[in-house]
Ligand binder design. Structure first.
Ligand code: GAL
Length: 379
């Protein structure tokens, strides 16, 4: 009798949005094993690992070609010790290792893609004990996205090592509609670029532009199948502290994967404090995994809410404008269907301070490009 195993997604690998670091935003192609090891050292010891960051993801440009039988080959100049040794090093720090490939014939930087080599590549990653694969979408020609990503899902399953599959086709074929049975997260938009409010012709969106694309797709996201609004630009020298707060707050409101994208070997105390704000990270990692809804837009002021476990809620009031905005907001009746009564304590998650209860209106000033992030906890 022949027993065939039906290939499927490895279920249950991302019950909460994955957290970690990815090389692309800061280093682009300029990566090597020394940088990756130093980043792993930093993450393991600077408080990020303790705050929940666990994946070290090596993005494009680690690979250089294929050998005579088609095995993927790491760039020997940049990764002289080979990928297995690098994975072992990352594991020795108590962290997990992520790798990058592409569903087309080449990666976005022209390195070998996995098209036609899916099973062989999946076996290589499994042999190296990789934990996470980010799978891109350049040079895909006329390939069908769902079919292409499903091949890699099946290849990973057959290779036998549980790996998170991160779908990166930039939202072009609505992966939120088909990705749940294929991968654990899917990029929802074009690449993030390092700015608050801007857009690039070649494809690239600022923080606000990405937020705007998440008003309708929140319901598709949930445990083990997350919307991914791309990696963080916090600590990369362009966003102001207010803009960085708003960026992290809204990613947490979306239950987004949180992949730091800065040089954490040389992280400033302020950036570290921001990235490890436990009260904000707890909103991202809330076990219900519900993505926020935009409830109100009054000009440049937006109010988003997110239901949390234990009948609690998170609220974000964001100020998109260049001027401060005064607020006087009744959170209780703002959202009638939430049935928020008088008995909630309102806490400011950036000031780490209780600021009142739902009996009274919330008043104050939100500076330009800043956020008021609140947690409502039932007494
Ligand atoms: C893009 C992807 C980026 C990065 C880059 C590498 O397609 O969206 O996150 O991986 O390719 O070339």
């Amino acid at each position: 009798m022949v027993l065939t195993i039906k290939a499927q997604k490895f279920e249950g690998l991302a019950p909460k949005p994955p957290m970690g670091w990815n090389s692309w935003n800061k280093f682009g192609c300029q990566i090597n094993e020394k940088i990756i090891k130093e980043v792993a050292d930093a993450m393991a010891s600077n408080g990020m690992k303790a705050a929940g960051y666990e994946y070290i993801v090596v993005d494009d440009c680690w690979q250089i070609g294929r050998d005579s039988v088609g095995n993927i080959v790491a760039d020997p100049e940049r990764f002289p010790s080979g990928m297995k040794s690098l994975v072992d090093y990352v594991h020795s720090k108590g962290l997990k290792f992520g790798i990058y490939s592409d569903a087309g014939t080449a990666t976005c930087q022209g390195r070998p893609g996995s098209r036609g080599y899916e099973f062989q590549d999946a076996r290589a990653y499994a042999k190296w004990e990789v934990d996470y694969l980010k799978y891109d979408w350049c040079f895909h020609g006329k390939q069908n996205s769902e079919a292409s990503y499903s091949i890699m899902r099946d290849a990973l399953y057959k290779a036998g090592r549980p790996m998170v599959l991160s779908i990166c086709e930039w939202g072009t074929t609505k992966p939120w509609e088909w990705g749940k049975s294929v991968g654990h997260l899917w990029r929802t938009t074009e690449d993030i670029i390092n700015c608050f409010d801007c857009k690039n012709n070649w494809g690239g969106l600022g923080v606000l532009q990405i937020i705007d694309l998440h008003t309708e797709i929140g319901d598709y996201s949930g445990p083990d199948h997350w919307n991914d609004p791309d990696m963080l630009e916090i600590g990369n020298g362009v966003l102001t502290p207010a803009e960085e707060r708003l960026h992290l707050s809204m990613w947490a409101m979306f239950s987004a994967p949180l992949m730091a994208g800065n040089d954490i070997r040389n992280i400033s105390a302020e950036t570290l404090k921001l990235l490890t704000n436990k009260e904000v990270l707890d909103i991202d990692q809330d076990i219900l995994g519900i993505s926020a809804t935009r409830w109100m837009k009054y000009g440049d002021l937006e109010i988003w809410f997110k239901p949390l476990s234990d009948n609690n809620y998170a609220f974000c009031l964001i100020n998109r404008s260049n001027q401060s905005i005064a607020i006087n907001q009744d959170l209780k009746t703002t959202i009638k269907k939430l049935k928020v009564d008088d008995s909630y304590v309102v806490r400011d998650l950036w000031k780490h301070k209780d600021i009142g209860t739902t009996k009274e209106n919330i008043t104050g000033i939100i500076p330009a490009h800043d956020v008021l992030m609140l947690k409502l906890t039932k007494k």
